[in-house]
Design a protein around this ligand. Structure first.
Ligand code: SF4
Length: 141
């Protein structure tokens, strides 16, 4: 699955949950808490493939899933640019010290596996919007 496919599918899953919570009149704070890993694993099993194994994507005690993937992620399935005759498909817009560029043959992809930036509750509160697409509006190049 390319980035665009994942993005579109995830946006729909996110919206379905938000529609339900808005109908129940959840506040911003309640919505963010609902997206805590411990809650999502119990209540929204289909949201993330890791949930079935009760596994977190990052080794963090408190992990929030609202801003998966990350507002700082930039991607283009056709390629962003050529780097040393390889094609770069994704990058971190803030050059997080915890992210890195992974080289896979002729392809370069952003590796966020060691970066927890978007999973901190304070970050989610700061960048919150009821519409996940608005939070992620800069991601697709
Ligand atoms: S490295 Fe961190 S801040 Fe950058 S895109 Fe990945 S998760 Fe977001």
């Amino acid at each position: 699955m390319g980035y665009t496919d994942w993005f579109e599918k995830h946006a729909l899953k996110h919206k379905k949950i938000l529609d339900k919570l808005i109908e129940k009149k959840y506040t911003k704070s309640q919505i963010i808490s609902y997206f805590d890993f411990d809650s999502m694993v119990k209540n929204e099993k289909d949201f993330c493939p890791l949930y079935k194994d009760n596994k977190k994507c990052h080794d963090m005690e408190s992990l929030n899933c609202y801003l998966c993937s990350c507002p700082n992620f930039r991607f283009n399935d056709e390629g962003i640019k050529q780097v040393d005759s390889k094609t770069q498909f994704s990058v971190c817009n803030i050059e997080s010290k915890d992210g890195r560029q992974g080289v896979y043959g002729e392809k370069i992809h952003q590796d966020c596996s060691k970066c927890g930036v978007p999973h901190h509750k304070a970050y989610v509160e700061k960048h919150f919007d009821l519409d996940w697409r608005v939070c992620m509006k800069e991601c697709s190049l």
